[in-house]
Design a protein around this ligand. Structure first.
Ligand code: NAD
Ligand code: 022
Ligand code: ZN
Length: 375
């Protein structure tokens, strides 16, 4: 069938909106009509050419929501008409990782997903007979896409696509990092580095978990108001705190009986390795946990003195907020529909597919929190 897609033709080039061909779903695959998609940093990372694993030509996009139009042989967990969110981290419930209960990093289709093809090794997308690559197993920058059955979360029918698409990446990553990865407890003191599309969701996750002190750190003073809107209690701009940002943050967390100071939990939502070090070192001696969410440039390395870990600080990372997509994503959609979490104010821009390149410009300029393409 013919579908409308924004094609990444080559690294460093704008997306080209055009008609491409899509084959129907094969065994254990589903055809989904994408109704809305968010634009996220990883799409830009790949489009720019900075991603050494980036493949071209490809149909990018990994933060979507839509409707099942058709299912291939063997599909049992979803049917035509179901509303779904594509999952770049699938959940097969049968691989050693899924069965371990210790990680959300399902390995069932990992190799082919990284190669930009479906689990049978072929692509469903083509342009004039030439193959187009899938992206992160999702390819939501097309109004129809084909996904493995294990890579869709079935959600309730009354959830608005143009909002819940954000649960396909940013919302789940931020809230999941707090609840699944850090396991933040009531009364905790936390520091969030980088108050963007991810950091704001970490902040609302911390509010949900009942954290007492939520310090936000960002170079951009405009983020103070944004953070406060979602539960941030204190704001620090590193350029105003001087060279001693870490001692400054540690001081802020000192309370009467405890004069050591340091946060119970910190989160890097910048992808900057210098910030990752600050986040670890701003943790409380003996028990502070620092979670890396930001994706650093390819080849980057993190450093700290071993003393920091020997004295009980813990460094962790998280992918998709540690969420098991088919299990956890429908629950997060319910939380949104029940008013437990907010999404609407974070979607600062919407546009039709024809204007998708403007969404990348807004993201590069730091003007948007989230842009959403509505098909
Ligand atoms: P964003 O651009 O919306 O926000 C980043 C924020 O960090 C901005 O407000 C910026 O001003 C701030 N910042 C930059 N440098 C800083 C510094 N030195 N100190 C303090 N603040 C600084 O980006 P986002 O959408 O929130 O994404 C953040 C990161 O999370 C990206 O690296 C993205 O790739 C990553 N991410 C990871 C996962 C995962 O599963 N691990 C999922 C989604 C996104
Ligand atoms: C999403 N991300 C950043 C912004 N939006 C993002 C990028 C990478 C990962 C998670 C979120 C990630 C962390 C660990 C892995 N990935 C490896 C998972 C594994 O090996 O099992 C990751 C993922 C997908 C892809 C590449 C890397 C891909 O499909 N190409 C989850
Ligand atoms: Zn993303």
């Amino acid at each position: 069938m013919d579908v409308r897609a924004a094609v990444a033709t080559a690294a460093g080039r704008p997306l080209e909106v055009m008609t491409v061909q899509l084959d129907g779903p094969k065994a254990f695959e589903v055809l989904v009509e994408i109704k809305a998609t968010g634009i996220c940093h990883t799409d830009e990372f790949t489009l720019s050419g900075a991603d050494p694993e980036g493949l071209f030509p490809a149909i990018l996009g990994h933060e979507g929501a839509g409707v099942v139009i058709d299912v291939g042989p063997g599909v049992t967990s979803v049917q035509k008409g179901d509303h779904v969110i594509p999952l770049y981290t699938p959940e097969c419930r049968a691989c050693p990782s899924c069965l371990s209960r210790k990680t959300n990093l399902c390995t069932a289709i990992r190799a082919t997903q990284g190669q930009g093809v479906m689990p049978d090794g072929t692509s469903r997308f083509s342009l004039e007979g030439k193959k187009l690559h899938h992206y992160m197993g999702c390819s939501t920058f097309a109004n129809f896409t084909v996904l493995p059955e294990i890579a869709v979360a079935k959600i309730r029918q009354d959830a608005p696509f143009d909002k819940v698409c954000y649960i396909g990446c940013g919302v789940t990553t931020g809230i999941g990092a707090v609840l699944n990865t850090a396991k933040v407890e009531r009364g905790a003191k936390a520091i969030v580095f980088g108050i963007g599309g991810i950091g704001l969701n970490v902040i609302q996750g911390l509010r949900l978990a009942g954290a007492d002190m939520i310090i936000g750190v960002d170079l951009n003073n405009a983020k103070k108001e944004w953070g406060e809107r979602f539960g941030m209690t204190h704001f620090v701009n590193p350029t105003e705190a001087g060279p001693d940002l870490v001692p400054h943050l540690v001081n802020m967390t000192k309370t009467g009986a405890d004069q050591i100071g340091g946060a119970d939990f910190t989160f890097d939502c910048t992808g900057n390795v210098g910030v990752m070090r600050q986040a670890l070192e701003a943790c409380h001696r003996g028990w502070g946990v620092s979670v890396i969410i930001g994706v650093a440039p390819s080849g980057a390395e993190i450093a700290t003195r071993p003393f920091q870990l020997v004295t009980g600080r813990v460094w962790k990372g998280t992918a998709f907020g540690g969420a098991r997509g088919r299990t956890d994503v429908p629950r997060i959609v319910d939380w949104y529909m029940d008013g437990k979490i907010e999404i609407d104010p974070m979607i600062t821009h919407t546009m039709p597919l024809s204007e998708i390149n403007a969404a990348f410009d807004l993201m590069r300029a730091g003007t948007s929190i989230r842009s959403v393409v509505i098909y």
